[in-house]
Design a protein around this ligand. Sequence first.
Ligand code: FE2
Length: 112
Amino acid sequence: MDFFAQVNTSNNFNEDVTREKHLPLIQVEDVGNDKHKIIVDVGGGKHPNDIDHWIQWVEVRLDDMFVGRAEFSAKVMEPVVEFVVNCKGTCNISALARCNKHGLWLTTAKCS
Ligand SMILES: [Fe+2]
C-alpha cells in the first residue's frame, strides 16, 4: 500500500491489521458558553515516537475553517493537543495528522 497516494481514513484503511495506529482520536467536551474543548490524540499512544518515525503535526478544522495546528518533536512530545473553539449548534470537526513514514491521516467528528 502506498500511504502517500491518498489521505488515509477509517473508510479506506483498516488500522486493525497494523500494529501501529495513525488515525487521530477526537474527543469533544462542552465547556459552556458555546465553547467546546477538542482533544486530539493521534494514534492513541500506539504509534512509534522515534527520531526516524513520528507524528509530525496535526491540523484541526471546524466546518472546513482552519482552527489550529500543532507540530510535534520526535521523542520528547506526545502527539496530543487540545483546542477550545467557539461553536454554536452542531459543528463538523476534522483532524488531519501526518506521519513522516506513512503520510496523511484524517478523522472527522461532530460537536453539538
Ligand atoms: Fe507511522
